[in-house]
Design a protein around this ligand. Structure first.
Ligand code: PLP
Length: 415
C-alpha cells in the first residue's frame, strides 16, 4: 500500500486508535483486512469488548427489580449508560432517552405509539425519497392503518433534497416530518436545521433518523431542536441489539405505551393498568443490559477522541477517497452534495457491484453491494444496486490507496 501526498489532520493518531481494534489485524484470504462497510456496522474497540466481559464477570443481574448488590450494580450501570447517551447528544435529561433495539425499533416506536394517537384519516406524513426502509415501512404501516397519506420530499440528481419543493408540499394536514439526517446511500448531510425551523413555524414535529449521523458528527439535540432522534449503538463502536429514541418530554408524556409488560407499568389490576414514568413507560420487559454497558464504553471511547476530531478526520478521508475514485475510468459516484459524510456509493460501468464486492473481498477489502435498504432510491436512479464504501475513525489513507488500486485491478480483471 503506497501513501500518496496527503495532509493528515493534526493530532489524529489513527495508528494508535487501530491498536484498540484487534479485529483489524485479521487476515482475509491471506490479506490484511480493510474494513470499508462501516455504514452497515462498525468494529468494536477493546474497552467495549472488556465492558461486556466485565459485566458478566461482576455485575450480571436483572435491572430495576431486586435489592441485592448485583441487581443494584446492574441497574446503576444501565442507568449510567442512559446518562452517558443524554450527555453525548446534549439532551436536557436522561428522561428523554429510551433504550430500544436500534434505530429501526425507535422509529417503529414513534410510528406506533405517537402515530396511532395523533395521526388521523386524511392527515399527511412527510418523508423523503432518500429514506432507509426503516424510516419508510413503519410509516407505510401507520398510513394504511389510519388512512393517512404519505408525501415525499424529492432528491435531485446530486442526491440533494429539494427544499423548495418541501415548502410547497407542506399543508395544514402535515402531522409529522420524518427524515434521515445523513443518507446511507449518497452520504448527503441534509439541511435539517432549516427543515426543522420551517416545520416548527407550522407547529409540525420532526423525527430525525440519526443512524448515519450520530456516529460521525457532534450532535446537540437542543441546538437542532428535533422532536425525535433515532440511532443505533452498533454503528458507533457499540454492541448490536441496543439503540436509542430521544424525544422531547412533552411528546413522551402524551404518547401511549409502545409495548406492554414488566417495567413499563406503575400498578396492574386484572382489567387495567397505569404506566410507569418516562422513559420506563417505553421499556417493557428485560432490556439488553450488557449491551448498555458496552454502549456506554463506546460513547466514552468516542468522547475521549472528540467527535469534532472524528468528523474532521473522516472528512479528510472522504475527500481524498472521492478525488482518487474519480480518477478510475468508468467509475460513477452517486451523490455529489457539498455537505456530506463518509459514505460513497458507486458503480463501475460494465461491472456488477456483487462481482466487484466479491473481487475486493478476495483482496481483503470489505465493502457493501446491494440496494442498501433503499430500494426506492435505486428505482429512481434506474439501477438495481450499487457498491458502497463507508469509512470510520480507524480507516487510513493507505487503505484508500489500496482500495482504489484494487478497483483498477477489478476493471482489468473483468473488462
Ligand atoms: N436508517 C439508516 C439511515 C440506516 O443507515 C440504517 C442502517 O443501515 C437504519 C436506519 C437501520 O438501523 P438498524 O438496523 O440499526 O436499526
Amino acid at each position: 500500500m503506497q501513501l500518496e501526498s496527503v495532509v493528515r489532520p493534526a493530532e489524529f493518531d489513527v495508528l494508535r486508535i487501530r491498536e484498540d481494534f484487534p479485529i483489524l489485524n485479521e487476515k482475509i484470504h491471506g490479506k490484511p483486512l480493510v474494513y470499508l462497510d462501516n455504514a452497515a456496522t462498525t468494529q468494536k474497540p477493546l474497552p467495549v469488548i472488556d465492558a461486556l466481559r466485565d459485566y458478566y464477570l461482576h455485575h450480571n443481574a436483572n435491572v430495576h427489580r431486586a435489592i441485592h448488590v448485583l441487581a443494584e450494580r446492574a441497574t446503576e450501570g444501565y442507568e449510567k449508560a442512559r446518562q452517558a447517551v443524554a450527555e453525548f447528544i446534549k439532551a436536557r435529561s436522561e428522561r428523554q432517552i429510551i433504550f430500544t433495539r436500534g434505530t429501526t425499533e425507535a422509529i417503529n416506536l414513534v410510528a406506533s405509539a405517537w402515530g396511532r394517537k395523533f395521526v388521523r384519516a386524511g392527515d399527511e406524513i412527510m418523508l423523503t425519497e432518500m429514506e432507509h426502509h426503516s424510516n419508510l415501512v413503519p410509516w407505510q404501516i401507520l398510513a394504511q392503518e389510519v388512512g393517512a397519506v404519505l408525501r415525499f420530499i424529492p432528491f435531485t440528481e446530486e442526491g440533494i433534497l429539494d427544499v423548495r419543493r418541501f415548502e410547497t408540499l407542506l399543508s395544514g394536514r402535515t402531522r409529522i416530518i420524518a427524515l434521515s439526517h445523513m443518507s446511507n446511500v449518497f452520504g448527503t448531510i441534509n439541511p435539517i436545521k432549516r427543515i426543522i425551523r420551517m416545520a416548527h413555524d407550522r407547529g409540525i414535529p420532526v423525527l430525525l433518523d440519526g443512524a448515519q449521523s450520530v456516529p460521525h458528527l457532534p450532535i446537540d439535540v437542543d441546538f437542532l431542536d428535533c422532536d425525535f432522534l433515532a440511532f443505533s449503538s452498533h454503528k458507533m463502536l457499540g454492541p448490536t441489539g441496543i439503540g436509542v429514541l430521544y424525544a422531547k418530554d412533552h411528546l413522551l408524556e402524551n404518547m401511549n405505551p409502545y409495548q406492554g409488560g414488566g417495567e413499563m407499568i406503575s400498578t396492574v389490576w386484572l382489567e387495567n393498568s397505569t404506566w410507569n414514568e418516562i422513559p420506563h413507560k417505553f421499556e417493557a420487559g428485560t432490556p439488553n443490559i450488557e449491551a448498555a454497558f458496552g454502549f456506554h464504553a463506546a460513547l466514552d471511547y468516542l468522547q475521549s477522541i472528540g467527535m469534532k476530531r472524528v468528523t474532521l478526520y473522516e472528512q479528510e478521508l472522504t475527500t481524498y477517497a472521492l478525488n482518487r475514485m474519480k480518477q478510475v475510468e468508468g467509475l460513477n459516484i452517486y451523490g455529489d452534495a457539498p455537505e456530506r459524510g463518509g459514505v460513497i456509493s458507486f458503480n463501475i460501468e460494465g461491472l456488477h457491484p456483487h462481482d466487484l464486492a466479491q473481487f475486493l473481498d478476495q483482496h481483503g477489502i470489505a465493502i457493501r453491494a446491494g440496494h442498501h435498504c433503499a430500494q426506492p432510491i435505486m428505482r429512481k436512479l434506474n439501477i438495481a444496486a450499487t457498491a458502497r464504501a463507508s469509512f470510520y475513525l480507524y480507516n487510513t489513507f493507505e487503505e484508500i490507496d489500496y482500495f482504489v488500486d484494487s478497483l483498477r485491478k477489478a476493471r482489468v480483471f473483468f473488462l
